[in-house]
Design a protein around this ligand. Structure first.
Ligand code: PLP
Length: 372
């Protein structure tokens, strides 16, 4: 699905030198690379505070901890997402309340949020799924009206520009109270191991999150609250400092591949290509088709035989996972979520796809569709 080796080959001398330099200086933990990356990411995102941490899942957890939610409080989130989003809610003793997604953007449907709000609701966690922003203006308006926190799960959309109704442009992750992200290797800005970050324009929350990520201490050995240990290591920060200036070109390369797919599949019956929301500059973490009347498993198997990977993101939505059995949500009526779960298929998308590869993939998709 991704080609991290070819991407690495293009930046190998810089990456190798940066990693070796960290080792030479033995600045493995909280070294200057981490501080420098933090500032560079603040500049890139145009946000007041970035707090690097261990991974994307930790970033979600730390954000919710900093919001001071209490056991039994409710958090509104889509079911159609990677499991980490919903898992951390339950891990903290909070109740995930699942809301259906928009059939075009695959992101939480704001028109369905208010019906899910109760006196116990404390936060909304929209996910910018596959690299496209959720409808943030609508979500922020609802949050303001009901006095709720907003935590943007930006793990799949770092670099995405969102255009507000008034014409202002913001990076996703900087619109809500907190944005969380992941630098897992296959993400749009991936490091060479685990990594993650939080960002916020709210200085009080930023102080709280920094403290929680560091064993609840601001001053060494003085622990104010129960926190955790979640750090971005210096080697990962050094790699990210090389890749951050390339992020926009990486997003462009993904968009170019997506354009190619869009054009090729435009007139193929039974294939719906990803919707491009005019308010959001899609960064295509995934390129996901909706199939209608096409045997998805058959297509996936045929592609695999031609050496073409494809994936279902995500085969079982959160509300149907056994881990959430105790919430009694498995029969909840989330029509769009259930419908997408049965119909989506993601094709390879990354920074290294050339026209020959794209042609090969497209030709085989169409060959399968036409022969069945
Ligand atoms: C990848 C991902 C995460 C978790 O990131 P990790 O770094 O793997 O912990 C969370 N949410 C979404 C939507 C993701 O895609």
């Amino acid at each position: 699905m991704v080609d991290l080796k070819s991407q690495y080959d293009r930046i190998k001398p810089a990456v190798d030198a940066a990693i070796l330099s960290v080792i030479e200086k033995t600045e493995f933990i909280n070294g200057p690379e981490v501080g420098a990356f933090q500032q560079e990411l603040e500049n890139y995102l145009d946000v007041k505070h970035v707090i690097p941490c261990g991974n994307g899942t930790d970033s979600l957890q730390i954000a919710l901890m900093a919001m001071g939610l209490k056991s039994g409080d409710e958090v509104i989130t889509p079911s159609y997402t990677y499991i980490a989003t919903t898992e951390v809610i339950a891990l903290l003793g909070l109740k995930p309340v699942f809301v259906d997604v928009d059939p075009k953007t695959f992101c939480i449907d704001p028109t369905k949020i208010e019906a899910a709000i109760t006196p116990k609701t404390k936060a909304i966690v929209p996910v910018h799924l596959y690299g496209q922003s959720a409808d943030m203006d609508s979500i922020m308006a609802i949050a303001k009206k009901h006095n709720l926190f907003v935590l943007e799960d930006n793990a799949q959309a770092i670099g995405c520009d969102y255009t507000h109704d008034d014409g202002r442009v913001s990076k996703t992750g900087t619109i809500g109270d907190v944005g969380s992200t992941s630098f897992f290797p296959s993400k749009n800005l991936g490091c060479y191991g685990d990594g993650g970050a939080l960002c916020s324009n709210n200085s009080d929350l930023a102080v709280e999150m920094k403290k929680i990520a560091n064993h609840g201490q601001k001053v060494k050995y003085v622990h104010e609250v129960v926190g955790c240990n979640s750090r971005l290591d210096s080697i990962q920060a050094a790699v990210l400092r090389i890749k951050l200036p390339l992020l926009d070109s990486y997003c462009d390369a993904r968009r170019k591949a997506a354009d190619f797919y869009d054009n090729y599949f435009a007139s193929i019956e039974g294939i719906t290509t990803p919707f491009r929301d005019p308010k959001s500059k899609h960064v295509f973490h995934q390129y996901t088709l909706q199939l209608d009347g096409i045997d998805r498993d058959g297509l996936s198997k045929y592609l695999a035989e031609q050496g073409i990977p494809s994936m279902i993101y995500y085969p079982i939505p959160a509300h149907k996972q056994k881990m959430f059995e105790s919430f009694g949500c498995e029969n909840q009526d989330l029509q769009v979520t259930d419908w997408l779960t049965k119909r989506v298929l993601s094709l390879p998308i990354h920074t290294e796809l050339d026209e020959e590869q794209l042609n090969y993939i497209c030709a085989h998709v169409v060959a399968y569709v036409n022969n069945k």
